[in-house]
Design a protein. Sequence first.
Length: 211
Amino acid sequence: MDGNGRWARRRGLPRTAGHTEGEENLAALVRVAVTRDVGWLTVFGFSTENWVRPRTEVRHILGLHKKLFGRVAELNELNVRIEWMGRPFDSPDARTPKYVQQAIRKAIHDTRQNTGMVLTVAFDYGSRAELVHAADQARRAGETISEQTISQHLYVPDLPPVDVLVRTSGELRISNFMLWQIVGARVYFTDRPWPEFDAAELDRALALVRR
Ligand code: IPE
Ligand code: MG
C-alpha cells in the first residue's frame, strides 16, 4: 500500500494525513473486494524495514494498525476473517509493541468464525525473515528442507499462492513482499497512490486473472 506520503504531500498535508487516508481506503476497499468475491486479500501494512522512519510517523502508523485491527464489527458484518503475518511476537528481533499485539490477537479471535474473505495484514513483515523462519522451524522439527516443508512453515501456511500482486504509486518493484508466494503471480502496477486505489483499480487488477 505505497504512496500515502506522496498523496499527502501533493495536497500540502503532513505524511501522517496520508497514512490516515490510506487506512480509510483499506476499509473501503475491503468492502469492494467482498462484493467482487475475492477469497484472500493480503496487504502490506508495515515492513521489517519501516522501523527506521521518524518516530512520530511510526507511532502514527502503529495507531492506525490498532484502529484497523479494531474494525471487528465491520469485518463481522462482512463475514471477513482477519489474519496477520509478521515476525512472531516472541522472536528476539520482533518489534511489534504490546498494544498492537493485543489488537491483533483480539481481531483474529473475534473474527475467527467468519467464513468469507480472509484479510491478512502483514505487519512487521519481511519475506526474507519469513523464509528464514520457515527453514528454521523445519530444521527444528527435524524435517528435510523441501518446497513442501518450507510452505508448511510460512507465517500463514494456509494462504494460497498469490494470483495477482498489486504495487501502487508508480513503484516498479516488489520490496521483500511474499517472495515465495508470488512465484506465479500476475503483477499489476499502477501510478495511483494507495489512498486513490479504488474499485475501478481493483477491477483492473482482477481482470489480469479473471479473463
Ligand atoms: C505507504 O506509504 C505506507 C507505509 C509504507 C507504511 P509511504 O509512506 O511509503 O508513502 P510514500 O512512498 O512516501 O509516498
Ligand atoms: Mg513508500
